[in-house]
Design a protein around this ligand. Structure first.
Ligand code: SAH
Ligand code: SF4
Length: 408
């Protein structure tokens, strides 16, 4: 049910303002909400614990379902707040099970229609990965990235990041005692629900450091959504000064969008490289807190035809990463209207990946998923051909070898 103020409160052309939602808030945010409605200070901490459990463990959508909280307080909460999730304005399901949700965030004021973002869920046998956004648009202008052509609208708030996970859990029917909503897809084929999260949607997560850090705090809280920090990967285009703090304050896995092995080319593809060149970036990687063979950095490398895909570049990539516990993810370029780049030919990708593989790295080529629904996260959608049998075999071998492969 959508709680809304009377229509007369907003001019006709404006969206209806909703009561602020408590879903996605940190414990501190819930404390504030309780203070706002006059809950006595000594009671607040206990109430936060109750709200937390109902919101994040049970995923309830009405205050009335919170049976451990007295009727009076439930009423007070409902008068001032809601438990709304962002509105899912479109949901598309791929034949391979990939799901894409278009979500409209609640309006933040009378002139804000509410940001719209996409979020993609990729089910696999051993995991279910959710690709989330950290910003609406991006300030960086990587030349091969569609988001890079869009201006930054704003950082997503902590609750808006958490809400992406909540929507996914809700749509997948993954809350205890809660019936899945109509049309929900409940994995019953041995596939997983949301077990992994990657910050590879829109935006540069390290430019929204506090929002992402606090969201990860909520997502990993063991009394709620309780995802392990090692199941969360933050991908950055290389905001060097924030890489150390990311490890210290968030403790997640790190992915670096490398894409080139020379500064002149990387300056062009990832203009942030002019500020933080490859050497500084790799130094920050070497110092990433907690780095070990069990906690490797993923280096993403988008395959651009005739631009960065030669044998010499594959060998240089291996040389550059020497001594860093690493995985290399080769991403088939996902073309978009107006781009000047093309995806490397398949045999080129195979050859590149073979060089990387022979040097001892697991180098899975990210299999294109959700092609039929144009799954949003730039790198997930792809028009490339299927992996050949040979590439498949190599990929399987590489993945099987992964834990034992020494990157030194
Ligand atoms: N801003 C962060 C995270 C979001 S982008 C970053 O740059 O790392 C997530 C990944 O998708 C990055 O590795 C990015 O380089 C890649 N990517 C962006 N556009 C792409 C495209 N058109 N095809 C393939 N990968 C793309
Ligand atoms: Fe922004 Fe990442 Fe796209 Fe670069 S690749 S423009 S940092 S979203």
């Amino acid at each position: 049910m959508t709680a809304s103020v009377p229509a007369t409160a907003a001019p006709a052309a404006e969206p209806v303002l909703r009561r602020p939602s408590l879903v996605g808030r940190t414990r501190a945010g819930l404390l504030e909400a309780l203070a706002e409605i006059g809950v006595p200070e000594k009671e607040r901490r206990m109430r936060v614990g109750q709200l937390w459990n109902w919101i994040y463990h049970y995923g309830v959508r009405e205050f009335d379902a919170m049976t451990t909280i007295g009727k009076g307080l439930r009423g007070q909460l409902a008068e001032r707040f809601s438990l709304d999730l962002p509105t899912v304005t479109a949901e598309q399901v791929s034949t391979d099970g990939t799901r894409k949700w278009l979500m409209r965030m609640p309006s933040t004021g009378p002139h804000d229609r509410g940001a719209e973002i996409e979020c993609v869920y990729i089910p696999e046998v051993d995991r279910g990965t959710l690709c989330v956004s950290s910003q609406v648009g991006c300030t960086l202008t990587c030349t091969f990235c569609h988001t890079g052509t869009q201006r930054l609208v704003r950082n997503l708030k902590t609750e808006e990041i958490v809400a992406q996970v909540m929507v996914a859990r809700d749509r997948l029917g993954d809350f205890p005692n809660r019936k899945a909503p109509d049309g929900a897809f409940v994995p019953n084929d041995g596939g997983r629900f949301v077990s992994n999260i990657v910050f590879m949607g829109m935006g540069e997560p390290l430019y929204n450091f506090d929002g992402v850090r606090d969201a990860i705090g909520v997502i990993t809280d063991d009394q709620g959504l309780s995802l392990g920090r090692r199941r969360i990967t933050v991908s950055t285009s290389g905001v060097v000064p924030q890489i150390g703090p990311l490890g210290e304050e968030m403790g997640t896995m790190l992915a670096i969008s490398l894409h080139a092995v020379r500064d002149d080319l990387r300056n062009e593809l990832v203009p942030l490289n002019k500020k933080y060149p490859i050497k500084d970036l790799l130094d920050a990687c070497r110092n990433y807190p907690g780095l070990s063979n069990a906690k490797r950095i993923t280096f993403e490398y988008v395959m651009l035809k005739g631009v960065n895909d030669s044998d010499a570049e594959a060998r240089e990539l291996v040389r550059l990463l020497k001594g860093i516990p690493a995985k290399i993810n080769l991403i088939p370029f996902n073309p978009w209207p107006g781009t000047k780049y093309e995806c490397s030919d398949w045999d080129r990708i195979e050859r590149f990946s073979e060089i990387v593989f022979r040097a001892g790295y697991a180098s899975p080529v990210r299999t294109p998923r959700g092609r039929d629904i144009l799954a949003a996260c730039g790198q997930l959608k792809s028009e490339t051909e299927k992996l050949s049998a040979r590439a498949r075999l190599m990929l399987d071998e590489a993945q099987a070898a992964a834990p034992a492969v020494a990157a030194e």
